[in-house]
Ligand binder design. Structure first.
Ligand code: SAJ
Length: 420
């Protein structure tokens, strides 16, 4: 079906109202589409339908509230018919680092019975190479009455494309609109159809390609960042050995016009950078030496920090340790794959001292730390007053404002270079 033959798209169903799906749904609703979010969590459905949000993300609450009040956005547990379907569900990995696309499969099975000629299906979730083709294959078997797109095939009943999300948690709404986008269609016509929808809210350039290239491009963006951070983390360990300040070193090296080293930290967290490189490794295990090594360097960094803190604590009789931050990065509440949480869990398990955990974005400790003796969520001021050792794990804005005088008598371990 050509664009001229079909009615304009008005209704959009977004599968998954998480860190990606909810902002996309709200932004599309703000452009006048009738958007329904399909969620497996009853709690999230209820929160969104009251115009509220279940994550910490600047300004998202305002646009969700506006979209729900205008009756342009609602959430439901049961899939509903639409003109375009956007899949924004998690794509985690299994225990042995193999990609798990079962949520994509479930979403495809949920939307397949609702499909009609002219519909558009977009995969936003980061996914291993071949997932978009796989969606097409699933639909082909579930709906033999519809012609699915094949490469170069222009006369299909459906359009299927991959528009990998690129937003940075903490700046999602700005990046959703301003970032360039890559759109990979199963056929060129699919890419163009997806582009016409994304053009309604994307101000950045939109680059069209095939689905497999778009899938790998997204994985490569995150693997590139992981390799660069791995390099910085390796430098931080070398510098500790040589008694050189790694922050000064990187700042100086970056004065070269063609050098841009990222920052070391306690490790790499989040649901993307710590996960996506494994999708490339799984696809080409014997050809991914650099990507794999960077993963290993970054995965080992929390243990390195843990050992530094343990060594400092071992020198004191009853050490009180302030652990500043639990989230995987600054100014958000997301704990997924968080190296800071990993470090605090290890310190708690080893009972290296009394742990005063400061996390301004959480109201209570995560389950893994609840009920542990000598671990409690503490206000920043109280933690700084009592601690012998202050470990900065996340560069939250509250921690950047700490008066250096307060820290002077204490042992400080600054994993982010905030107090350099
Ligand atoms: N980190 C460092 N040093 C740095 C930068 C980051 O240690 O110099 C750490 C952070 O503290 C964090 C982790 O890396 O633990 C990842 O944080 P991040 O800010 O680099 O990235 P994410 O995971 O929040 O978002 C990334 C982004 N990808 C790229 O920048 C290439 C975002 O654009 C993607 O949309 C997102 O992954 C995603 O969903 O894939």
């Amino acid at each position: 079906m050509t664009p001229k033959e079909r009615a304009p798209r008005r209704r959009i169903a977004v599968f998954g109202l998480g860190y990606v799906g909810l902002p996309v749904a709200a932004v599309l609703a703000g452009r006048g589409f009738e958007v329904v979010g399909i969620e497996v969590s009853q709690r999230i459905v209820e929160i969104v339908n009251t115009g509220k949000i279940h994550i910490v993300e600047p300004d998202l609450d305002m646009i969700v509230q506006a979209a729900v009040s205008a009756n342009k956005l609602r959430a439901t547990l049961i899939p509903e018919e639409a003109d375009a379907y956007i899949i924004a569900v998690p794509t985690p990995f299994t225990d042995d680092h193999q990609p798990d696309i079962s949520f994509v499969r479930t979403a495809t099975h949920m939307l397949a019975p609702l499909l009609k000629r002219g519909d558009l299906i977009i995969l936003e979730s980061t996914a291993p190479v071949g997932t978009t083709d796989q969606i097409s294959k699933w639909i082909k078997s579930l709906r033999p009455d519809l012609v699915v797109p094949e490469e170069e095939g222009e006369r299909a009943d459906l359009c299927i494309a991959h528009c990998p999300e690129r937003v940075l948690p903490g700046s999602v709404l700005r990046e959703l609109v301003d970032n360039d986008r890559i759109i990979g269609g199963i056929s060129p016509a699919c890419a163009e159809e997806a582009e016409s929808l994304y053009r309604t809210f994307v101000r950045g350039e939109i680059h069209l390609t095939n689905a497999r290239t778009a899938e790998l491009a997204k994985l490569v963006e995150n693997a590139y960042r992981d390799v660069n951070i791995g390099f910085a983390n390796e430098l931080s360990i070398i510098c500790d050995r040589l008694s050189i300040n790694v922050w000064e070193l990187i700042m100086l090296a970056n004065k070269h016009p063609r050098v841009n080293i990222l920052s070391p930290g306690p490790g790499v967290g989040g649901h993307c950078i710590a996960v996506d490189p494994w999708f490339i490794i799984a696809a080409a295990p014997d050809a991914t030496e650099i990507i794999r090594s960077a993963r290993h360097v970054n995965e080992r960094k929390p243990n390195y920090v843990f050992e530094r803190v343990s060594a400092a604590a071992a020198r004191l009789r009853a050490p009180v340790i302030a652990c500043l931050g639990l989230s995987y990065k600054a100014d958000i509440d997301d704990l997924r794959e968080s190296p800071s949480l990993d470090i605090v869990e290890r310190l708690a398990a080893d009972q290296v001292g009394e742990l005063l955990v400061v996390e301004p974005n959480l109201k209570q400790l995560p389950e893994s730390l609840t009920g542990r003796a000598k671990v409690r969520l503490t206000e920043l001021r109280d933690a700084l007053a009592r601690a012998d050792i202050v470990v900065l794990l996340v560069d939250h804005r509250q921690f950047k404002r700490i008066d250096p005088e307060i820290l002077k008598p204490k042992i400080t371990i600054d994993t982010r270079g905030v107090w350099r």
